[in-house]
Design a protein around this ligand. Structure first.
Ligand code: FAD
Length: 388
């Protein structure tokens, strides 16, 4: 088996499989991807039927980036010959004095020229009688929002990367990384590989990989969960009748119409306990589930029904919730990408950015906010703000 490659991707979750795909479009057989578990495993962050994709974001920079994310997914859809994004429209809603101000979202969309509608409570109830909102609630509706089909998207990236000539190996834990003569030696599964450029997309395991370059980031890994409910009114929660939604307050909840399972999915954002990727359990947090059920009982009661299942998943949180997307200080041939617990919608784009950084040493996208040397990432115990 070949051991020398131009490009190696460490980690084949959402972001890494996308990086391997975009690299393979330009570099074909010169690409190796290494994944420690089986492809499509559920121990990381990227594997479920659905993730929210939206233009509605809290800064104009994210809105601009999200426009490019839709374009990147559309290119993969064309290449793979299958649909990976389903537009349902999206509702951001909250009480008028909420922890996450809707004005940040409307202001960012205004700045980026993205159309949306402002809705008061009576208009929300008129459009979606499923939402029992009180009169103090208002919302923003953006029609491009929808579902990024996570498991399908990952599988498409993997399949098409291989079709373009890349070698992707699973059950291949990377044990050691070592700069040698301007290249990187990668030891995985007991074998040594060499590459000119390395991309690290290791999610909750990022610090384990970065430590080989003397880098440690103040990341917090949390055990999050989503629950599918067997609503007794499935006709009201179909994707053509019910949007993706985010309750913009603390606690923050979000949800999907019926997609992939027999009922809609709901979760609390950043509501989980701190864990490590290797010692986490797969046990649902009953207190978090109760918070979710209480919220639904108040605002979306017709969604509630028997629990189909609760699925756990990891967030890798930076203190400011912004991504890390950069090359390593002192190692311009090593790039790293970390999704900050909201990165799936961007996966294909960030994969493309990582591949551009590797091949061209630059990207046309604005990744300045995601620098690895930004001040908050230099602190050992930085203050954290996840409600953005
Ligand atoms: C419950 C939940 C809901 C979410 N909802 C949304 C949403 O609605 N919209 C959205 O945009 N985002 C959402 N996110 C966030 C999003 O899913 C993540 O930001 C994104 O999937 C991160 O992908 P990743 O590739 O960085 O991580 P992962 O998919 O975890 O990939 C990292 C991979 O690296 C591998 N790896 C690590 N170390 C090694 C090693 N040493 N050797 C080999 N392989 C290694 C791991 O095994 C893993 O497969 C959600 C996340 C969760 C948990």
């Amino acid at each position: 088996m070949r051991r020398d490659f131009e490009y190696i991707v460490l980690g084949l979750g959402g972001w890494g499989s996308a990086a391997a795909y975009w690299l393979s479009r330009r570099a074909g057989a010169d690409v190796l991807g290494l994944e420690q578990f089986e492809l499509g495993h559920v121990r990381g962050e990227s594997q479920d039927h659905s993730r929210i994709i939206r233009l509605s974001y809290h800064t104009p920079a994210y809105v601009e980036l999200a426009k490019h994310a839709y374009r990147a997914w559309a290119e993969v859809e064309r290449d793979a010959g299958e649909r990976l994004v389903l537009k349902t429209g999206g509702l951001d809603f909250a009480r008028r004095e909420s922890a996450i101000p809707l004005s940040n979202y409307s202001g960012s969309m205004d700045a980026a020229g993205v159309p949306y509608e402002r809705l008061d409570a009576s208009e929300i109830r008129r459009r979606w009688p499923q939402l029992a909102v009180t009169d103090d609630v208002h919302g923003l509706f953006q029609p491009e929002s929808g579902i990024a089909m996570a498991a399908r998207g990952n599988a498409a990236h993997v399949r098409m990367a291989r079709a373009h000539g890349a070698t992707l190996l699973d059950r291949m834990p990377v044990e050691r990384l070592r700069p040698v003569d301007g290249e990187i030696e990668v030891t995985a599964g007991g074998s040594a590989y060499r590459c000119r450029r390395l991309m690290i997309a290791a999610g909750a395991w990022s610090n384990g990989a970065l430590t080989h370059f003397g880098v440690h980031l103040p990341l917090r890994v949390t055990l999050e969960q989503v629950t599918y409910f067997a609503t007794p009114h499935p006709e009201e929660f179909q994707p053509d009748r019910f949007p993706i939604w985010i309750w913009m307050d603390d606690p923050c909840f979000y949800g999907f119409p019926i997609f992939g399972e027999a009922g809609p999915k709901v979760g609390q954002d950043a509501g989980g306990e701190e864990v490590t990727a290797n010692t986490r359990t797969f046990e649902p947090d009953q207190a978090a589930l109760k918070r979710t059920v209480d919220f639904l009982g108040r605002y979306i009661p017709r969604l509630l029904g028997p629990i189909i299942y609760t699925k756990t998943c990891l967030y890798t949180l930076t203190p400011d919730r912004d991504f890390v997307l950069d090359t390593l200080p002192g190692h311009p041939n090593v790039a790293v990408g970390i999704g900050g617990g909201h990165g799936f919608k961007f996966a294909s784009l960030t994969g493309r950015i990582l591949s551009d950084l590797a091949i061209d040493g630059r990207t046309e996208r604005n990744i300045e906010p995601f620098r690895i040397d930004r001040a908050v990432l230099q602190l050992a115990n930085p203050p954290a703000n996840y409600m953005v």
